[in-house]
Design a protein. Structure first.
Ligand SMILES: C[S@@+](CC[C@H](N)C(=O)[O-])C[C@H]1O[C@@H](n2cnc3c(N)ncnc32)[C@H](O)[C@@H]1O
Length: 375
């Protein structure tokens, strides 16, 4: 969960903020109703209110959203902002919005609930003919040097050699995962090929759970490639755009997909990459075809997991409740508005075996369930 400092760092990205501020200024008219989806601490809400909105619905599950009540007062717009501390899925609004503003991206727009929540919000909150910002994000891929990042990843376990312990499995696991380049920023001089559009996410029409595309890349200069960089160009509103290309110090950073081994390349070499990711941005696969053959990499090949855990993900699996699930169900059933948190914790504690280490944290467990599922 983001902290107030994190939200401050998002607001401190001048290119991102300038693009959103200009788009809000253009889209919000005096008297508009606005939804700030994923409001964080509500900077966009304040800008929308200042642009003339008569009502801004700031929707955000993070309790940090309550800072907005103070920020709105400081900025003289409290009377026009309504805070909904919840995910958008749990909110019903009394009116439709003329403008929805959101930035639910992470490193890329394929991040957690971004695509699902924005789609749902457009359907349920936006008036017909209303404006939803951003309009689209174009995802771009290129071959990159990324030497320092790659060595940092690939050699992260090698100090075990000194103790006579090998770690080939850890290396394979690490190199089958995507990374932010935040610790080792990819510079524009690291880009070794042309940059190609992998896919364009048009928020008005995107309706898929998987993104897949193949790009043919041509090497522009000789070097040693260590992976691919993926970034995006955002169209917030018509001509108001920004990108997160290598070399740009954006809050989002770039996604680095490492190779299993460094790949020397010469000017004019051609290669093909097929990229697949789920809409949440958690599962990735990248197949690289060069004149030397094809290499398949995927988070599936790298994530340590138990066979039972994989089985539980299967659509055909018939689950039963774990002991934790049973406790949560019992707790939920007892939340009838009569029992206090302390009562619930006492009951829970009494029902656990005397030797259970969970007895000591019964109150914490109740609080966790309450903060997640209760009013
Ligand atoms: C990248 S932050 C942006 C915050 C703020 N709009 C800004 O620009 O400073 C995205 C926020 O969206 C929130 N979020 C994610 N999914 C959400 C959903 N379904 N409904 C409401 N908020 C959501 C997250 O908690 C997070 O605070």
């Amino acid at each position: 969960m983001y902290s107030v400092l994190d939200y401050g760092r998002m607001a401190a990205d001048p290119v991102r903020m300038d693009a959103y501020a200009r788009a809000i200024e253009r889209a919000v008219k005096p008297g508009s109703v606005v939804v700030d989806l994923g409001a964080g601490t509500g900077v966009f809400s304040i800008l929308a209110a200042r642009a003339g909105a008569k009502r801004v619905h700031a929707i955000e599950p993070n309790p940090a959203v309550w800072l907005l009540s103070e920020l709105a007062a400081e900025n003289g717009v409290s009377d026009r902002i309504t805070i909904h501390q919840a995910t958008s899925y749990e909110v019903d609004l009394p009116e439709r919005a003329d403008v929805i503003i959101s930035d639910l991206r992470g490193i890329l727009p394929l991040h957690e609930e971004n695509l699902y929540a924005t789609r749902d919000a457009r359907k349920r909150f936006l008036t017909s003919g209303g404006a939803a910002l951003p309009q689209s994000d174009r995802l771009v891929v290129a071959l990159v040097g990324g030497e320092s990042m790659w060595h940092w990843l690939a050699e992260s376990w090698e100090s075990l050699d000194a103790h006579g312990v090998t770690s080939r499995a850890a290396r394979a696991s690490i190199l089958n995962a995507p990374y932010s380049d935040r610790t080792h920023p990819i510079a524009s001089s690291d880009v070794l090929s042309d940059a190609r559009t992998w896919t364009t996410l048009d928020y008005a029409t995107f309706d898929s759970s998987v993104v897949e595309g193949t790009c043919a890349l041509t090497v522009g200069r000789e070097g040693v490639a260590h992976g691919f960089a993926v970034w995006f160009e955002a169209t917030i509103l018509d001509d108001i755009r920004f990108d997160t290309a290598p070399g740009s110090p954006r809050i989002y950073s770039r996604l680095f997909l490492p190779f299993l081994d460094p790949l020397p390349v010469a000017t004019g070499d051609r290669l093909e990459v097929t990229l697949r990711a789920d809409a949440h941005g958690t599962r990735w696969a990248w197949d690289t075809t060069t004149s030397r053959g094809r290499t398949r990499q995927a988070t599936f090949l790298g994530a340590p997991t138990a066979p039972e855990a994989l089985l539980r993900q299967s659509a055909a699996h018939r689950p039963t409740l774990s002991s934790h699930g049973s406790r949560v169900r019992t707790l939920l059933e007892r939340m009838d508005g009569a029992r206090t948190v302390q009562d619930l914790a006492h009951d829970l504690e009494r029902e656990l075996p005397p030797e259970s280490p969970l007895r000591a944290r019964a109150l914490d467990e109740v609080r966790e369930v309450v903060s997640r599922y209760a009013r």
